[in-house]
Design a binder for this molecule. Structure first.
Ligand code: SF4
Length: 315
């Protein structure tokens, strides 16, 4: 059954936004890494990059939505968002407006030329970090993300711990992300989190706050992998047959707006990758952002949405 019909069959009509707590901004598809399962298909040769005009439009939207319960969080993603020349400017501007800034960091970016100040920038602006670490063992991480990635990630996590990240007394948040290495659903989040905490602490002395387990979406480089290995149909069926209606209330599109590197608006970054923009009747670009209209919008859904609603949910 199509996802849209599945939702309708529950008698709840269509999927609609609830409010907008988070403005998620993709600063560009360029990345220092080339991970096998990247849904954005980011990499070193990608050239898409948000320009200063659109960064200023993002800041204007944050300024215009300062009231309580109107865009409390700026969530920066990429590629490696840190590679955008306007990154520091945007982080500091959002911080000055009192917004909570979250950065999706690959951690290895800390060791690229010219990026030495990143950990201090994060600490000084109380940036929450959400970092990919597909497993707590070297072999698994390097297989998906490239040779040497695990060592650099461990070094970066230790550096962040030494700056006060994941210490109760500072409140600086450091969260990790697990993705399954193949065509299967992630294990139960709390059990895997306990395992990660035990292993990373005992082997490397590393602390973190929370582990998020994300289902691989059948789009981007992971979709290519599914096609290559002949697993696409089976994986989509698995997602659909694991549909859990209880997850619908919490899917992220209900609480965010996703801004692409060129300023176009989407319901989430998965929709951004497949070019499924917000429905025509709503503002299409960050310069035309309208909180009231977008916070009541109907979400544009597709079959990939089964990835957010399978099992325990994933957004
Ligand atoms: S893929 Fe995007 S639009 Fe679909 S349910 Fe997930 S967050 Fe919502």
């Amino acid at each position: 059954m199509k996802f849209v019909d599945k939702v309708a069959a529950l008698g709840r009509g269509t999927l609609r936004a609830g409010y907008i707590d988070v403005l998620q901004v993709n600063l560009g598809y360029k990345c220092n890494m080339l991970c096998k399962h990247c849904h954005v298909m980011a990499g070193p040769i990608r050239t898409e990059m948000m320009d200063r005009e659109n960064i200023d439009a993002v800041i204007r939207v944050l300024e215009e939505n300062l009231e309580d319960n109107q865009i409390n969080v700026l969530d920066l993603t990429g590629g490696a968002p840190e590679l955008n020349p306007g990154f520091q400017y945007l982080v500091e501007s959002a911080g000055a407006l009192g917004k909570h800034v979250v950065v999706r960091s690959n951690l290895t970016i800390f060791f690229e030329k010219g990026m030495e100040n990143l950990p201090d920038l994060y600490r000084d602006n109380r940036v929450e970090i959400i970092a990919s670490l597909p497993y707590y063992m070297e072999e698994n991480v390097n297989r998906v993300r490239g040779a040497g990635t695990f060592d650099k990630s461990i070094q970066a996590l230790r550096m962040l711990n030494s700056l006060g990240y994941a210490h109760e007394s500072t409140g600086l948040k450091l969260n990790l992300v697990y993705n399954p290495p193949g065509a299967f659903l992630p294990p139960q989040q709390d059990l895997l989190e306990a395992e990660y905490k035990r292993e990373l602490q005992s082997k490397f002395g590393i602390s973190f706050n929370s582990l998020y387990t994300f289902t691989n979406m059948p789009i981007g480089r992971f979709k290519d992998f599914l096609m290559r290995t002949g697993n696409a149909g089976q994986y989509l069926n698995k997602l659909a047959s694991s549909f859990n209606p209880d997850t619908l209330e919490g899917v992220m599109c209900r609480f965010i707006v996703s801004v692409a590197w060129d300023g176009k608006l989407f319901d989430c970054d998965f929709n951004q990758v497949i070019g499924l923009s917000v429905a025509d009747e709503y503002p299409q670009h960050i310069r035309d952002f309208n909180y009231l209209s977008l916070s009541q919008r109907q979400i544009a859904v597709g079959e990939h949405c089964y990835g957010c609603t399978a099992g325990q949910g994933s957004t």
